[in-house]
Design a binder for this molecule. Structure first.
Ligand code: ADP
Length: 191
C-alpha cells in the first residue's frame, strides 16, 4: 500500500483535487478537517474535544488528531492506499505518521504541495464560505489566523520532507482539470 500527502495552505484546493485523485488511484481519502467536522456535527466526544480549537481556527492538539487519524487508517485498509489531506500539519504529526505507516507496512510515496499566493487563497475561501456553511470560512480574521498557524506549524514540514526527498510542488493556479493533470503527472512518477 502507498500513502500520498496532499499539502498546501487553506484554500489551495486539496479537497477538490482529492475527489479526483482518490478515484484515479483507488485511494482512501482522509481529510482530517472533514472527519473533525463530521464528529462536531454528530456531537461525538471527539467532536466536543475539537470544537473549541476549530471555532477559533486553531490547530486541534496533536494527540487528539494523531489518534483520530490512526483510527481512520485502521478502518480503511481495503484500497490501494491513502490520500491524506490536511494531515500532517505539524512535525509531531509527521513523525507519528511515519511510525504509523511503518507499522502498517505502507510506503510514503510522496508529498505533493499545491502552491498559490495568499491573496488568491483568501479570496477563494471567502467565496467558498458563501455556500460551505463553515463559520471559519466566513470570517477574514479566522481565515488569516489559519495562515498564521500554517506558517508557524505546517510550513516547517516542507524542509522536513525535502530532506527526505519526498517533497514535490505543483502550481495550484489554473482550472481544476489542469491542476489534476499536473498532480497526476507527479503522482505517476511516485507509484
Ligand atoms: P482548511 O485547510 O481550509 O483550514 P480543514 O478542513 O483542513 O480546513 O481544517 C479545518 C480545521 O480543522 C482547522 O482549522 C483545525 O482546527 C482542524 N484541523 C484539521 N486538520 C488538522 C490537523 N492535522 N491538526 C490539527 N488540527 C486540524
Amino acid at each position: 500500500m502507498i500513502a500520498i500527502v496532499l499539502f498546501g495552505k487553506p484554500g489551495a484546493g486539496k479537497g477538490t483535487q482529492a475527489e479526483f485523485l482518490k478515484e484515479k488511484y483507488n485511494l482512501t481519502h482522509i481529510s482530517t478537517g472533514d472527519v473533525f467536522r463530521y464528529n462536531l456535527k454528530n456531537g461525538t466526544d471527539l467532536g466536543k474535544q475539537a470544537q473549541v480549537y476549530m471555532s477559533e481556527a486553531k490547530l486541534v492538539p496533536d494527540e487528539i488528531t494523531i489518534n483520530m487519524l490512526a483510527n481512520e487508517v485502521e478502518k480503511n485498509m481495503d484500497k490501494d492506499g491513502f490520500l491524506f489531506d490536511g494531515f500532517p500539519r505539524t512535525i509531531k504529526q509527521a513523525e507519528a505518521l511515519e511510525a504509523l505507516l511503518k507499522e502498517k507496512n505502507i510506503r510514503l510515496a510522496g508529498t505533493v504541495a499545491l502552491e498559490a499566493n495568499d491573496d488568491i487563497l483568501v479570496a477563494r475561501i471567502l467565496e467558498r464560505g458563501k455556500t460551505s456553511g463553515r463559520a471559519d470560512d466566513q470570517d477574514e480574521a479566522k481565515i488569516r489566523y489559519r495562515y498564521t498557524e500554517y506558517n508557524e506549524n505546517t510550513a516547517p514540514l516542507i524542509k522536513y520532507y525535502q530532506d527526505k526527498n519526498v517533497f514535490h510542488a505543483v502550481d495550484g493556479i489554473g482550472s481544476i482539470e489542469e491542476i489534476t493533470g499536473r498532480l497526476s503527472k507527479v503522482i505517476d512518477t511516485l507509484i
